[in-house]
Design a protein around this ligand. Structure first.
Ligand SMILES: [Cu+2]
Length: 349
């Protein structure tokens, strides 16, 4: 009898030991990995502020109706001089949906800066925001003091100030520029644009159609704009290609047999697997670098992660209205209603 009791007690101790060995680390691990700050605690004032609605007080309606317009330049002593101004603007992403954006030159995305490999460029940025800012030239091989990192490579550009970035545009490829100050908010509400550096003599593949598409997310609740910060639970509920949601996205027009080059730029905080109906395409450049022909993947979906660029090329062999869209179905909705968001048509005649 005593032996049986001992056995039961030992059995319990062993069982308890097993539970301790296997369960406790899991419980501890789970709590270590828990998203402790899904929103903010309220003690983090800067965090609270970043998650507030973007102020629309006194913000004018945009006078431009499309983003990424090519930025004119002036030639000064062999240098191409471009001017940017960062300021808030009310921007229409759909007929009945207006966001409060922080924009370069009053458009979303900011202007398309175009240069030829080896050009000397100077870009003056005037800060008309209520907060400091800087610009990072993503992927372009600039000198370190032109890299746009606040407090590390330059002083933040204060409201009212102008800063001059100056570098040689190289190498050829698809690049983009964006704020590097409080980028969680500033990029999310519009402070980015495309920067294309053409090879001397143009692209070897000689496309007939060459378009840039910047992919973004927006969070609009009760008419107020918030920076879409998926990592905080502040998901986007609108999704844009070049600052417009479907059906207001632009269409690509082409003829059968023409070569089409599309350059995707992931300028938001989410990944977008872009799917083309009708034709496979080749990935001809990644992050501004040409892919050798023997290494070009043939695909009908390309996932564009934040910061990435993919240049694709294809030649339609039959006419039609061919859709191009993100394959995360939520991203093809406008505030949860399909169709919308990241959809557009390739109209081949
Ligand atoms: Cu998507």
């Amino acid at each position: 009898m005593e032996n049986t009791n001992k056995k039961i007690i030992i059995g319990f101790i062993v069982l308890f030991g097993i539970i301790l060995t296997f369960m406790v680390p899991k419980i501890v691990k789970k709590s270590n990995n828990a998203p402790a700050l899904l929103t903010t605690t309220g003690a983090n004032l800067a965090g609270e502020k970043a998650m507030e609605a973007i102020s629309d007080t006194g913000v004018p309606m945009a006078t431009e109706d499309s983003g990424l317009q090519e930025l004119p330049f002036k030639m000064e002593n062999g240098t191409k001089v471009f001017n940017l101004t960062a300021a808030p603007v009310r921007w229409s992403i759909l007929k009945d949906t207006v966001v409060t954006a922080w924009a370069y030159n009053g458009m979303v995305p900011g202007p398309l800066i175009r240069a030829t490999n080896g050009d000397k460029v100077k870009i003056l940025i005037k800060n008309n925001l209520m907060e400091p800012t800087t610009i990072h030239w993503h992927g372009i091989q600039v000198p370190n003091n032109m890299d746009g990192i606040p407090d590390e490579t330059q002083d933040p550009i204060q409201p009212g100030e102008t800063f001059t970035y100056e570098f040689v545009a190289k190498p050829a490829g698809t690049y983009w520029y964006h704020s590097h100050f409080d980028s969680d908010k500033q990029i999310s509400v519009g402070l980015s644009g495309a920067f294309i550096i053409d090879p001397v003599g143009g692209l070897a593949s000689k496309p007939d159609v060459d378009k840039v598409f910047m992919l973004n997310e927006w969070r609009v609740i009760d008419g107020q704009t918030y920076a879409a910060m998926p990592a905080t639970g502040m998901d986007g509920n609108f999704f844009t290609i070049n600052g417009k949601a479907f059906p207001n996205t632009e269409n690509v027009m082409a003829k059968v047999g023409q070569k089409i080059r599309l350059r995707f730029i992931g300028s938001g905080q989410m990944i977008h697997p872009m799917h083309l109906h009708g034709f496979p395409f080749k990935i001809v450049a990644t992050d501004g670098n040409d892919v050798p022909e023997s290494a070009q993947w043939t695909k009908d979906v390309v996932s564009v992660a934040p910061g990435e660029r993919y240049d694709i090329e294809f030649t339609p062999d039959r006419p039609g209205k061919w859709m191009l869209h993100c394959h995360i179905p939520h991203h093809t909705t406008n505030d949860h209603e399909e169709p919308g968001g990241l959809m557009m048509m390739i109209n081949v005649i």
